[in-house]
Design a protein around this ligand. Structure first.
Ligand SMILES: [Zn+2]
Length: 188
């Protein structure tokens, strides 16, 4: 159970997607089929191991960072909005680094261009408390209304997907986002 709901639209957008990727095999396969790992869409989630290795943070999927690495992707302890590792073959684990951009958020080139660098860095040289993985991909998850604004930055991500595409197929994810907003505003 969640006792304290973090504030903010980023959390309201990200939490249902992170949880469904972990717990709902239909959504997981659908989502991963939209990425470079389409051939492995029918896969397992390693969220339990991530949660254990990270010593059970309130939300295992967020606030991952690698402070001990000075590479361009990691320097300054940069964070990935949603992080998880999956596998179809246990000898070929793949990570997704997902950047979440809701309507009211902005993405700077300086932030976007570090995503692929960080994903490659972690696959080659994993941070403490992150399970070993062999490959990595980056996904920009964004509001359709921001398409024109974000278009110049698409090249910095392997794949992209809008919230609207997700909600059209999985309306319960939008319901969950709305339920979180209600909790965030104290049930009003
Ligand atoms: Zn690094």
């Amino acid at each position: 159970m969640i006792n304290i709901i973090p504030t903010g639209e980023e959390f309201a957008h990200a939490q249902p997607i992170a949880e469904m990727l972990a717990h709902n095999p239909t959504f997981r396969s659908w989502f991963i089929a939209k990425t470079r790992f389409v051939a492995d869409a029918d896969c397992q989630s390693m969220h339990e191991q991530i949660e254990r290795e990270r010593h059970h943070p309130p939300f295992w999927w967020r606030h991952n960072h690698h402070v001990s690495c000075g590479c361009e992707g990691c320097v300054g302890g940069r964070e990935t909005d949603i992080f998880n590792i999956f596998f179809r073959n246990p000898k070929d684990k793949f990570a997704l680094h997902i950047e979440v951009k809701h309507l009211g958020d902005t993405l700077k080139e300086n932030q976007a261009k570090r995503y692929k660098q960080r994903a490659s860095c972690w696959a080659a040289n994993k941070p403490n408390r992150i399970p070993q993985h062999h490959r990595a991909g980056t996904v920009l998850l964004y509001s359709a209304a921001k398409h024109t604004k974000l278009e110049p930055l698409f090249t910095h991500f392997h794949n992209r997907l809008t919230f609207e595409e997700i909600w059209a197929v999985f309306p319960r994810i939008l319901d969950a986002t709305q339920a979180i907003r209600k909790l965030q505003s104290g049930g009003r």
